[in-house]
Design a protein around this ligand. Structure first.
Ligand code: PLP
Length: 369
């Protein structure tokens, strides 16, 4: 199979798998006082340091904490839940694990994006200035999962801080694809997910500035500094840390390779195919994500056709049932429904080759001639 759906999930990196295999036969609970417990604890702390290193945290405990959770979704839920007694400002293109809060709680304000998918800076500044809430959180993703569009997060963070709000960024899609230094960005909270860059599913993290005291969603035995009780998913965390370590070393190489493939894909589509639009073509984007709108065919028809040729892609907006959903992201950017229904997402990985791209293009041209 040609796998072009890396924003959904990525294959487990071979080195990560070997590392997990090495420890999977051992009973490992970091809360135990015996030697196995100490080993488990040291493995978790090593994973934490690897992740800190990947995102530019200088000193764990002094500057930031990293709390292991089960997923990016849980990390997003954890941070937003801590601000439900204040006011929360999110963008209109957030992942559902943030966006869904707006449908449940009246104190979550959605800030619009422009036709390029970039947050309306004047709008957020005006809403923050009006807010009388003592506790405020701005939550804006660094890179969008459907379009790959990158937000001017440093500028947004500076505005949030100017009005006394804390700044959270869902960096799930950005990590492993672009360089991120959360210390330089001055982010207060960051969400990460292991399975988006070669680690296993079942592990996520919330990075938080050490000066903020957060309340847990899950209480119990007091693991993770009492912020996330429950025996740690040691193998997944171990794999998460290993994946972070590998990506720290290979990021530039991966970025260059994916950019080259993305460029080839998009240039060929624009120059040789009819009725094609690449969402956010002239906006800063991830080097692996291309959301392609082809007006003549719905996403559903295209997905099935590619699947039959053993090529895995996705629509801009797959929902949990696997069906093609309506993208709130494209709608927020002002795309009409007939275009929204035609968006397919190609999300590359560092293992993809030029042959994969050529093969995709061949099928695409056949399908859309
Ligand atoms: N945030 C973004 C931007 C995502 O793309 C995803 C998953 O697709 C998530 C959060 C949720 O992460 P997880 O799959 O680890 O729950």
């Amino acid at each position: 199979m040609i796998y072009l759906d890396h924003n959904a999930t990525t294959p487990l990196h071979q080195v990560v798998k070997s590392k997990m295999d090495e420890y999977c036969h051992l009973p490992l609970n970091p809360s135990s006082v015996h030697a196995n417990g100490r080993l488990a604890e040291s493995l978790i702390e090593q994973a934490r340091r690897n992740i800190a290193n990947l995102v530019g945290v200088q000193e764990l405990g002094r500057d930031y904490h990293i709390t292991f959770t089960s997923s990016g979704t849980e990390s997003n839920n954890l941070i937003l839940s801590n601000y439900l007694d204040g006011e929360i400002f999110i963008s209109s293109v957030e992942h559902l694990s943030v966006y869904a809060f707006s449908g449940l709680y009246p104190n979550v304000t959605i800030i619009d994006v422009d036709e390029n998918g970039i947050l309306n800076i004047e709008h957020i500044e005006a809403r923050l200035a009006q807010s009388k809430a003592e506790k405020k959180l701005v939550s804006v993703m660094l890179a969008n999962n459907e379009t790959g569009i990158i937000q001017p997060i440093k500028e947004i963070t500076a505005i949030a801080h100017k009005y006394g709000a804390q700044m959270h960024s869902d960096c799930v899609q950005a990590i492993g694809k672009i360089d991120i230094n959360i210390t330089n960005l001055d982010l207060d909270f960051v969400t990460i997910s292991s399975h988006k860059f070669g680690g296993p599913t079942g592990a996520g993290a919330l990075v938080s500035k050490a000066k903020f005291h957060l309340k847990p969603l899950i209480i119990g035995g007091g693991q993770e500094r009492s912020l996330r009780s429950g025996t740690e998913n040691i193998l997944a965390i171990l794999g998460f840390g290993e994946a972070a370590n590998i990506v720290s070393q290979e990021l530039i190489e991966r970025q260059t390779h994916m950019s080259m493939l993305q460029d080839k894909l998009e240039t060929e589509l624009i120059n040789h195919c009819h009725n094609v639009e690449i969402v956010g073509k002239n906006t800063k984007r991830l080097p692996n994500t291309s959301l392609i709108i082809t007006l003549s065919k719905t996403a559903e028809i295209q997905l099935i056709a590619f699947d039959m040729k053993n090529i895995a892609i996705s629509s801009g907006s797959a929902c949990s049932s696997g069906k093609v959903g309506k993208s709130h992201v494209l709608s927020a950017m002002g795309y009409p429904l007939e275009k929204v229904a035609c968006g397919i997402r190609i999300s590359l990985g560092y293992n993809n080759t030029i042959d994969d791209i050529n093969h995709f293009l061949e099928i695409y041209k056949e399908l859309n001639k």
